[in-house]
Write a protein that binds this ligand. Structure first.
Ligand code: AHM
Ligand code: MG
Length: 337
C-alpha cells in the first residue's frame, strides 16, 4: 500500500468526522462486516482445493438447496458480528428466524440483514458471487427484539453494501452520502478506496435480464425489451447489448460501473410471488446503493425503498439502474395498470 492509499478504516473515520451523525458504533459494525467478507473471500478463493464446493445436503427457508459455501458464509457473518456490541439482532436469507445477539454479549442499536452468498449457483463454475448486506436502526425503547423490528421500509436503511468475490474482491458501500468502492489488497489484507462518489452513467444501451423467462413476463417488461431488441430501426433508435451473469452482485456491479438496467421482474411462473429476489436481503440494499449513485430502483410502478415489508423473507420485483431506462419502464408499468 502506498502512503496516499486510503484504507476502509481511515475512510470510515474521516466520514465520521465529516458527517457527525455517522456514529462510531456504525463505523465499527461496517469494519466487522468487511472483516467477515475478507474471510468469505478467502474461502471462495480456495474453492475446490479445500473440498468445500458442492451441496451442504440441506435446504434453506426458501426451499433452496444450500451449498457448503452458503452455510460457511452465513456462519462467518454470524460469528464475526455477534460479539462486537453494535447489533441487537441479525437476519439472513439462509435462516428461517432472526438471530438475536446472545445475552453474554452487549446489545447494540443496529439490525443487520444479509444474503451471505449471492449467486450461489455460480460457485462451482468459478463465476463472480458475493455478499449483500443492509443495516437498520432498532426502534428506541425495544427490550425484546423480534422479526417485526426488521420490517422497515428500505428508505430507513442507515447503510448498505455488497462485496464481490470475482477477479477482484470489491466492497461497494453507502452510508447515505453517496457510494464508495473499495478493492481488497490481498497482500496487505485490507480494503483500499478505489472510487468515490460513484455515479451510474446516464447514457446507456445495455440491459440485464434472464431472457429464458421472456414468455412469462408481464406486458410492460415485454414491451421494453422488445423495443431494445428492435435496435437502431426500432422506437429507441439505438442498438442495445445484453448481459446476464446470474449473480445479482455481479450484474448490479456492472450496472453501477457502466450503466444500463437490471431486471428480475414479476412473472407468470409463480403469479402469487412478487418476484424471485428477496426484499430485505437483496432488493433494498441494492436499491439504496443505486439511488445513492444517482439511479432509480422500482418494483414496477412503486419505488423499492417505499415498499412496506410484511414478512422477513418477502420477495420483490426488481428493476434498477440508469434513470432514463428505469423511468421508461415505470411509465410502461403505469400505462398498463
Ligand atoms: P441466490 O441468492 O439464491 O443466489 O439467488 C439469487 C440469484 C441472483 O443473484 C440472480 O440475479 C438470480 O438469482 C438469478 O436467477 P436465475 O437463475 O433465475 O436467472
Ligand atoms: Mg441472493
Amino acid at each position: 500500500m502506498s502512503d496516499n492509499t486510503i484504507s476502509l478504516s481511515r475512510w470510515l473515520i474521516e466520514q465520521e468526522r465529516t458527517y457527525g451523525h455517522i456514529p462510531g458504533s456504525l463505523r465499527l459494525l461496517i469494519e466487522q462486516v468487511a472483516r467477515a467478507c475478507k474471510r468469505i473471500s478467502r474461502a471462495v478463493n480456495k474453492g475446490a482445493s479445500t473440498g468445500i464446493l458442492g451441496s451442504a445436503g440441506s435446504e434453506n427457508v426458501q426451499g433452496e438447496v444450500q451449498k457448503q459455501l452458503d452455510v460457511i458464509a452465513n456462519d462467518v457473518l454470524l460469528e464475526a458480528n455477534e460479539w462486537g456490541g453494535h447489533l441487537a439482532a441479525m437476519a439472513s436469507e439462509e435462516l428461517e428466524r432472526i438471530h438475536v445477539i446472545p445475552h453474554r454479549y452487549p446489545r447494540g442499536e443496529y439490525l443487520l440483514m444479509f444474503d451471505p452468498l449471492d449467486g450461489s449457483s455460480n460457485i462451482e463454475v468459478n463465476v463472480t458471487i458475493g455478499t449483500i448486506f443492509s443495516v437498520l436502526h432498532l426502534a428506541d425503547g425495544v427490550s425484546e427484539v423480534g422479526p417485526e423490528h426488521f420490517l422497515q421500509a428500505g428508505r430507513q436503511q442507515v447503510a448498505a453494501g455488497y462485496c464481490t468475490y470475482g477477479p477482484q474482491t470489491s466492497l461497494v458501500l453507502t452510508l447515505g452520502h453517496g457510494v464508495s468502492v473499495f478493492t481488497l489488497d490481498s497482500e496487505q489484507g485490507s480494503f483500499v478506496l478505489t472510487q468515490s462518489s460513484l455515479r451510474i452513467p446516464a447514457l446507456t444501451q445495455e440491459f440485464s435480464i434472464n431472457m429464458s423467462n421472456m414468455r412469462h413476463w408481464a406486458a410492460p417488461v415485454r414491451r421494453y425489451i422488445d423495443e431494445c431488441l428492435a435496435g437502431q430501426d426500432g422506437p429507441r433508435g439505438k442498438n442495445f447489448n445484453m448481459r446476464w451473469v446470474g449473480s445479482m452482485v455481479a450484474d448490479v456491479h456492472r450496472v453501477l460501473q457502466r450503466g444500463g438496467v437490471f431486471l428480475y421482474p414479476w412473472d407468470k411462473r409463480e403469479p402469487e410471488r412478487a418476484g424471485k429476489l428477496r426484499l430485505l436481503y437483496e432488493a433494498n440494499p441494492m436499491a439504496f446503493l443505486v439511488e445513492q449513485a444517482g439511479g432509480m430502483a422500482i418494483a414496477g410502478t412503486e419505488r423499492i425503498l417505499d415498499i412496506q415489508p410484511e414478512t422477513l423473507h418477502q420477495r420483490a420485483a426488481v428493476i434498477l439502474g440508469s434513470n432514463e431506462e428505469v423511468a421508461l419502464l415505470q411509465r410502461y408499468h403505469r400505462e398498463a395498470s
